[in-house]
Design a protein around this ligand. Structure first.
Ligand SMILES: *Cc1c(COP(=O)(O)O)cnc(C)c1O
Length: 468
C-alpha cells in the first residue's frame, strides 16, 4: 500500500500572514474574543469552517469564465439541473444563494399555510421537526418559525470517546416515540443531516436512512435530507457498511436519496463552490409554493440568487466530489490530524468524522466550568498561541436559557477544526498538531470566558465576550 497523496497539484497560491503572540492578543481583544469578528487577514491557518472555503479546480474556474448570465433559462442553470438530477434524482431542483436560504424557503412552507387572500399564515407554534442533530442555521430557521427543532441522534453520538461506525444515525425508537407523542400531523417533515455536522461530522448508515424513510412513509410525513456533505457520507458507507464495498460513490448517493422526498444542500461544502445551494423535492405542490417564495425573495427559478457562473462552478464541483481518489485523500487527511492529536493525548470525537476534528473541550479543559464555556476558551487560546482559527460547537452555539434565565448547556462542549477542501498541505496540519501539543503543557492556565453581549438567534456569530 502506498501513502495516500493529494490527488492534485497546485497551480495558484495565496500568501498567509504571520503575526506574533503579542499581535494576536490585541487582535483577540479587539474582536471581543469571538473568532467570527477576527479579520481573516490576521489568521494564519483558518479552520473556522469548510464552508465556501474550498480551493476550486482549474475546470471550475474555467466554468466561471464560461458561465451564462442570462436572466431566464441560462445554459449554466441547465447544466446545474442535469448534474443535480443525476446525483439526487429529485423532480424539482431550485437553486438558492446558500444552504440557509433553502432552509428558510422549505421551513416557511412546511410551517405555514396560505389563506383565501393568498397571504401566509404561520402555523409553526405546535409543530416539531426531528433530525439526528439540527445544525445551527437549520435549528434557527425552525425556531424562528416558532416550531420545535428536536435532536434524536443515537446515544453513542453524544459521547465523544464511544466508537461506533455510524455515530450520526438517528435513534429510530426515539423517532417513533416522538411521532406518537407529538402526532404525525404536527410533524411537517423529518430531517436527517449527512454527515452530522453538529455531532462530529459523523456519517449516517444506509440502513438508518432507509429505515427513517420507512417510518416517515408509514406516518405520511415527508423525509428530507440536509445533504451538505453527502459524498463524504457516501464514502463512509462504502468503507464501513456491508454490501457497499464495490459500489461507486454515485450509486451510493443515488440510493441514499432514493429513500427521501427531497433535500436542502449548501453547495459551499461538498460541491467545492464558494457560494450556492439548492432545495429539491418531488412533490409538485410543495415545489410550486417554494418556487413562488423564491421568486419574491431570492430570484427567478433558473438562478435563485446566484450568478450563472456560480451554477457552473457547482455543477463542475459536484462531478469532482464523486472521485474516490479525492474522497480517500479527504477522509485520510482529516484522520491524519485526528491521529496526531489522539497520539498526544488530546481528547477528540472518535472515530474521526469527514470534514473536521472535534476536540472535546469539556474533557481537555476540565478546570473550566461549562458556565464559562471551555470550548470558546480553547478557540481563543488556539488563536493566541498559533494564529489558528476554529469554532466552538457547544453551549455558545447550542446552549439555551430556561424560563428562570438559568443556562441549559449543550450535550457536548466541542471545538471544531474544520478542514477546507484542497487548501492546506500536510505541513500546515503538522503545525496545527504542534500548537496543540505546546498548548497542552500550559492548559491549566487557560481561563474561561463570559458573554457580554448576545443576540437571540445564532448568537455565536455576533456575541461579544470577555475573559473571566
Ligand atoms: C453549512 C450548513 C448549513 C447551512 O448552509 P449555509 O450555506 O452556510 O447557509 C446547513 N446544514 C449543515 C449541516 C451545514 O453544514
Amino acid at each position: 500500500m502506498h501513502t495516500i497523496i493529494e490527488p492534485f497539484r497546485i497551480k495558484s497560491v495565496e500568501k498567509i500572514k504571520f503575526t506574533t503572540i503579542e499581535d494576536r492578543e490585541k487582535i483577540l481583544e479587539k474582536a471581543y474574543y469571538n473568532p467570527f469578528l477576527i479579520p481573516a487577514e490576521d489568521v494564519l491557518i483558518d479552520l473556522l469552517t469548510d464552508s465556501g472555503t474550498s480551493a476550486m479546480s482549474a475546470q471550475q474556474w474555467a466554468g466561471i469564465m464560461d458561465g451564462d448570465e442570462s436572466y431566464a433559462g441560462s445554459r449554466s442553470y441547465f447544466r446545474f439541473e442535469e448534474v443535480t438530477k443525476k446525483i439526487f434524482g429529485y423532480k424539482h431542483i431550485i437553486p438558492v444563494h446558500q444552504g440557509r436560504a433553502a432552509e428558510r424557503i422549505l421551513f416557511t412552507n412546511f410551517l405555514s399555510k396560505t389563506d383565501e387572500n393568498g397571504n401566509l399564515i404561520m402555523t409553526g407554534r405546535s409543530k416539531g421537526i426531528p433530525n439526528n442533530n439540527h445544525f445551527d442555521t437549520t435549528r434557527a430557521n425552525i425556531e424562528f418559525n416558532d416550531a420545535e427543532a428536536v435532536d434524536l441522534v443515537i446515544e453513542e453520538g453524544k459521547h465523544p470517546a464511544t466508537i461506533h461506525p455510524f455515530k450520526g444515525n438517528i435513534d429510530l425508537v426515539k423517532l417513533e416515540e416522538y411521532i406518537q407523542k407529538k402526532g404525525a400531523e404536527n410533524i411537517p417533515v423529518i430531517m436527517l443531516t449527512i454527515t452530522n455536522n453538529a455531532g462530529g461530522g459523523q456519517p449516517v448508515s444506509m440502513e438508518n436512512i432507509r429505515k427513517t424513510g420507512e417510518i416517515a412513509k408509514k406516518h405520511g410525513i415527508p423525509f428530507f435530507m440536509d445533504a451538505c456533505r453527502f459524498a463524504e457520507n457516501a464514502y463512509f458507507i462504502k468503507l464501513r457498511e456491508k454490501g457497499y464495498e464495490n459500489k461507486c460513490i454515485l450509486e451510493i448517493a443515488q440510493e441514499m436519496f432514493s429513500y427521501t422526498d427531497g433535500c436542502t444542500m449548501s453547495a459551499k461544502k461538498d460541491a467545492f463552490a464558494n457560494i450556492g445551494g439548492f432545495v429539491a423535492m418531488n412533490d409538485e405542490e410543495l415545489y410550486t409554493r417554494c418556487r413562488n417564495l423564491l421568486i419574491i425573495t431570492e430570484g427567478f427559478e433558473t438562478y435563485g440568487g446566484l450568478a450563472g457562473r456560480d451554477m457552473e462552478a457547482i455543477a463542475q464541483g459536484l462531478e469532482e466530489i464523486l472521485d474516490e481518489h479525492y474522497l480517500q485523500y479527504r477522509i485520510r487527511s482529516t484522520a491524519y490530524l485526528g491521529d496526531k492529536l489522539t497520539a498526544n493525548g488530546i481528547p477528540i470525537i472518535l472515530p474521526v468524522g469527514g470534514h473536521a476534528i472535534y476536540v472535546d473541550a469539556k474533557e481537555f479543559l476540565s478546570h473550566i466550568p461549562v458556565e464559562q464555556y471551555p470550548g470558546q476558551a480553547l478557540v481563543c487560546e488556539l488563536f493566541r498561541m498559533g494564529g489558528i482559527r476554529s469554532v466552538e460547537i457547544g453551549s455558545i452555539m447550542f446552549g439555551k436559557y430556561d424560563k428562570d434565565g438559568k443556562m441549559v448547556p449543550a450535550d457536548m462542549e466541542l471545538v471544531r477544526l474544520a478542514i477546507p477542501r484542497r487548501v492546506y498541505t500536510q505541513s500546515h496540519i503538522d503545525y496545527v498538531a504542534e500548537v496543540f501539543i505546546e498548548l497542552k503543557n500550559n492548559k491549566d492556565k487557560i481561563k474561561g470566558v463570559k458573554i457580554i453581549e448576545e443576540p437571540k438567534f445564532l448568537r455565536h456569530f455576533t456575541s461579544k465576550f470577555s475573559l473571566v
